[in-house]
Design a protein around this ligand. Structure first.
Ligand code: PBG
Length: 332
């Protein structure tokens, strides 16, 4: 595209910025509640809403409260909610069997939501870290996170989530070949319409810190995830990962984290033209919400501005902890 801009004063680019009416008329991108997927933390118990200290305004909710949150999200026009379980440390094992227990927290929450609010879509997370005594996304052998044996476990986890009623399954583990393995098992078991939203380009990021507190994975975890998550210096590799996951049967792809990786969102959209999502992760939320809490930033304005950035970068939607607050503002 080559914009034609005659010389001043024929062209005064401020003309179209004069009034809100003009600005609205020519605005290139817009933000609506249907751009959001809302990640929520689920814990055991009943009637519990417990603050996550490193994420001001974010709660861990018992299943009944998650159902209430799903109802609220649906009323606000948010199309999907994404579940992350805070697992009792006593249930974490070396074989991670709780990950495919039909009665685990994530599956119980999925069934409860689909019973009570059938029209909201439930997205679930595939990775072993909530159930792993090591806090890693896969099995560890001699300090290495092994791929193929982990993928077998991820497939079992996928199937248990599909059986519970998940509409969208999001593998966040970064193992190779898991999309192909998950897709063929879903087809074989008759789950033809369960969508896969692949965390295709997920970077080894320090911005996940508050999330690991929120799901209780921080205590067990030592080391880092650089052996399977992406190196922040890479961009071409992200295109290879997106291409690979699409060719294995991903319906949608995700870039994660979001704000520091908007260039990757734009490249993905331009190169592949597929449904592209970004995850505005816990650390991104914490820095905005934390600064707003201290009065250093205007909460509502930085929230909407940060979310609009994803649309401008070509994303179809964004996973954000701001989802209900942003939807409320946009609906007002
Ligand atoms: C783990 C997982 C992580 C997030 C989502 N799934 C953390 C990690 O990879 O260590 C991070 C989300 C966030 O920071 O908001 N499978």
């Amino acid at each position: 595209m080559t914009p034609i801009t005659p010389a001043f004063p024929a062209s005064r680019l401020r003309r179209l910025r004069r009034t809100e009416g003009l600005r609205a008329m020519v605005r290139e991108n817009s933000l609506t509640p249907d751009d959001f997927i809302w990640p929520v933390f689920v814990r055991d118990g009943e009637g519990i809403e417990e603050p996550v200290p490193t994420m001001p305004g974010v709660l861990r909710r018992s299943v009944d409260k998650v159902v209430a949150a799903a109802r609220e999200a649906h009323e606000l026009g948010i199309p999907a909610i994404c579940l992350f379980p805070y697992t009792d440390p006593a249930l974490k094992t070396e074989d991670c069997a709780e990950a495919w227990n039909p009665e685990n927290l994530s599956n119980r929450a999925t069934r409860a939501i689909k019973d009570a609010v059938p029209d909201i879509m439930v997205m679930t997370d595939v990775a072993l870290d909530p159930y792993n005594i090591t806090g890693h996304d896969g099995f560890s052998e001699d300090g290495y996170i092994v791929n193929d044996r982990t993928v077998e476990a991820l497939v079992k986890q996928t199937l248990s989530q599909a059986r519970a009623g998940a509409d969208i399954i999001g593998p966040s583990d970064m193992m190779d070949s898991r999309i192909a393995a998950m897709r063929s098992e879903l087809e074989r078991e008759g789950f033809h319409n369960v969508a896969l939203l692949s965390y295709a380009a997920k970077y080894a990021s320090a911005f996940y810190g508050p999330f690991r507190d929120a799901v209780g994975a921080a205590d067990a975890f030592t080391g880092d995830k650089t052996g399977y998550q992406m190196d922040p210096g890479n961009s071409d590799e992200a295109m290879r990962l997106v291409a690979r996951d699409l060719s294995e049967g991903a319906d949608m792809v995700m870039i994660k984290p979001g704000m520091p990786y908007l260039d990757i969102c734009r490249r993905t959209k331009d190169m592949f033209g597929v449904p592209t999502f970004a995850y505005q992760v816990s650390g991104e939320y914490a820095m905005l919400a934390g600064a707003a809490e201290r009065g250093w930033l205007d909460h509502d304005r930085v929230m909407l501005e940060s979310l609009m950035a994803f649309k401008r970068a070509g994303c179809d939607g964004v996973l954000t902890y701001f989802a209900p607050a942003a939807a409320r503002l946009l609906n007002a």
